[in-house]
Ligand binder design. Structure first.
Ligand SMILES: [Zn+2]
Length: 235
């Protein structure tokens, strides 16, 4: 086979390898990003639940103040009862006392509702806090691992690119430029093989019999008439 064709095939192998590694370099950060989103959303949940819990506790404090203010009134009226002169006054004070006692019963019922909600919120808060801490740790571990993996892949790509540069020196510059253009504009594929069914592996166009013969000989550079890739005979 023509020396240039052998080198072009080797260049294509290197480019396939480079592309595989670059795709991995692009894919890996997405994993870290997903983990970051997961733990951030759990952290946000903890923040929201904490806010709701604070509101709940403030409402409870307010209701407790209402109860104690009603109790003070009740005490005050009960003391006044000891010194009332008229039946009318007695009735009025008693009615105030009854009214406040009824209010306190209502408030205590509400208070119980708030306390039940408080216990649910505390449980939820603990659950999300645990999740968020676990997932934040997972994110940090994965990030360190993936950062290292990316560094290694980038090193590998540099090595492959250096290898490619060296190999490129062995073919005419014009041919290499043509090859490079095909790599850039044809999804990373500049060299295609002639498949058993007589089609180009790059575009699946049926190659003319004359061209098939020339590709099989392998003594000159043949271009696919459809996709412009260089066609070589299979191994
Ligand atoms: Zn083709």
């Amino acid at each position: 086979m023509l020396k240039e064709l052998t080198i072009l095939k080797q260049l294509q192998d290197l480019d396939d390898n480079i592309l595989r590694n670059k795709k991995e370099i692009d894919r890996l950060p997405k994993i870290v990003q997903d983990l970051h989103e997961k733990y951030s959303s759990e952290k946000e949940s903890v923040k929201n639940i904490t806010q709701r819990l604070e509101q709940n506790l403030a409402s409870q404090r307010k209701l407790e103040l209402d109860i104690s203010s009603n109790n003070q009134d009740i005490n005050k009226y009960e003391n006044q009862l000891l010194s009332v002169k008229t039946n009318k006054e007695y009735k009025a004070l008693n009615s105030e006392i009854t009214h406040r006692k009824e209010r306190n019963v209502e408030i205590e019922e509400k208070l119980i509702e708030f306390m039940e909600e408080e216990s649910v919120l505390r449980e939820e808060k603990n659950k999300f806090e645990e999740l968020y801490q676990k997932d934040q740790k997972l994110f940090e571990e994965e990030k360190a691992k993936i950062d290292k993996q990316i560094q290694e892949l980038e090193k590998k790509v540099s090595t492959l690119e250096a290898e490619k540069d060296n190999l490129a020196k062995e073919i005419p510059e014009l041919l290499y430029r043509k090859y490079q253009r095909l790599i850039e504009h044809n999804n990373g594929k500049a060299v295609a093989t002639l498949l058993k069914n007589g089609t180009c592996s790059g575009c699946h166009f049926t190659v003319r019999p004359q061209i098939m013969v020339e590709v099989s000989k392998g003594d000159k550079i043949i271009i696919c008439e459809n996709c412009s890739r260089i066609i070589v005979a299979p191994e």
